[in-house]
Design a protein around this ligand. Structure first.
Ligand code: SF4
Length: 362
């Protein structure tokens, strides 16, 4: 299988052109055709010599993903299913108005992007954790989701949340190549501050990303303010307990401008005690983080329940009284299983149902 041209950085494309005996300035033209004009074949690259178009077609695929299916919700949230070259599937969700979850403006068109096929981290609320890990996506498959979503919707995507299927920080190398492609001024030119990576709490990678020069935002799937509670929901907490996680977040804070976000799925009788809210408030204060409270969404196969509205509001009020910015999330996309924790691949094939793990909010 040929590599996809959407996985080549500008420098890599220049290198390939030089090895192919072509001038370096063609890289800018090719980048524009691929990312800005979003053509679907090399033949459409009208200002390239025919010989170069043929060389490109012999060396690369133009896309890394084949669109398989779109589901649209009543509120116009759309879920795209993509088939990868090896027959695996991933999903991306286009969300028309993200209610200021990650410090981004609420009128933005946001794409929720997958970073892996499946996930190894097994967070208990997450549909992705149910089927285990299959493989990492490469940079062309990550960045290609954005390109494909723009092509399919006919709209410009304004912001990204890396909280589709997979733990993005477990695939950090390819994620950073994809981000360099997405933010490049000759490609989609998305500002890094409009990109949010959501992690279950991979401490070494948080520290590594803190050194990255771009002002990417970070959100943490916390879901418990103490080890005892968090461990019931997040197996990763046994490896990197709350104290180590927050030490890494303080390290991040010292190097980055944007506020951190703590995601907290409220689960009845598991983590919704007001004592947890008090501890959470102190932790959030220390790192000046805001908190997104997400009433639990039912996932098939899991028995947990969403707390009452009154309990969710009481939890939020404890945070607000401590001066924490706390949002109680109004989910979009319930009717297509694309809300937080519900993103799970279901594709009917001759073999039955493929159910690869999708993710929620790592
Ligand atoms: S929440 Fe993220 S890290 Fe946890 S299982 Fe789901 S995809 Fe993996």
């Amino acid at each position: 299988m040929l590599p996809a041209i959407t996985g080549l950085s500008a420098d890599a494309l220049v290198g390939w052109l030089q090895s192919a005996g072509q001038p370096a300035f063609r890289a800018q033209q090719i980048f524009e055709w691929v990312w800005k004009k979003q053509v679907r074949s090399f033949d459409e690259m009208a200002n390239l010599p025919k010989a170069l178009r043929e060389q490109l077609a012999q060396a690369f695929r133009i896309t890394s993903l084949d669109h398989s299916q779109t589901q649209g919700a009543a509120d116009t949230t759309r879920k795209f299913l993509f088939r990868l070259h090896d027959g695996r599937y991933v999903e991306s969700v286009l969300i028309p108005a993200n209610p200021a979850l990650y410090g981004q403006a609420s009128d933005r068109l946001t794409l929720c992007v997958s970073s892996q096929v499946g996930c190894a981290y097994g967070c208990k609320f997450c549909a992705s954790g149910l089927a285990g890990f299959t493989r990492h996506l490469d940079a062309s498959e990550i960045a290609g989701q954005v390109l494909a979503a723009e092509q399919l919707s006919g709209q410009r995507v304004d912001s990204l949340v890396f909280m589709g299927m997979g733990e993005p920080l477990a695939n950090l190398d390819q994620l950073l190549v994809a981000i360099s492609l997405i933010t490049h001024e000759q490609s989609l030119h998305l500002g890094a501050r409009h990109l949010t990576i959501s992690t279950s709490g991979l401490v070494p990678q948080i520290r590594q990303l803190a050194e990255h020069p771009q002002q990417i935002r970070l959100a943490i799937s916390l879901h418990g303010a103490t080890d005892e509670v968090r461990e019931q929901i997040m197996p990763i907490n046994r490896k990197w307990p709350v104290a180590e996680l927050f030490a890494a977040l303080e390290y991040w804070n010292a190097r980055k401008k944007q506020k951190l976000t703590l995601e907290y799925i409220l689960i009845e009788g598991v983590n919704d005690a007001l004592e947890q809210a008090e501890i959470l408030a102190k932790r959030a204060q220390k790192i000046q983080a805001k908190v997104n409270l997400i009433p639990y969404n039912k996932v098939d196969g899991l028995s947990w329940k969403r707390p009452s509205d009154n309990r969710c509001k009481a939890f939020r009020e404890v945070l607000r009284r401590s001066g924490i910015t706390a949002n109680l999330r109004l989910e979009k996309g319930h009717d297509i299983d694309a809300a937080c924790g519900q993103l799970r691949l279901k594709q009917e094939t001759h073999e039955g149902i493929i159910a690869a793990p999708a993710k929620q909010s790592s």
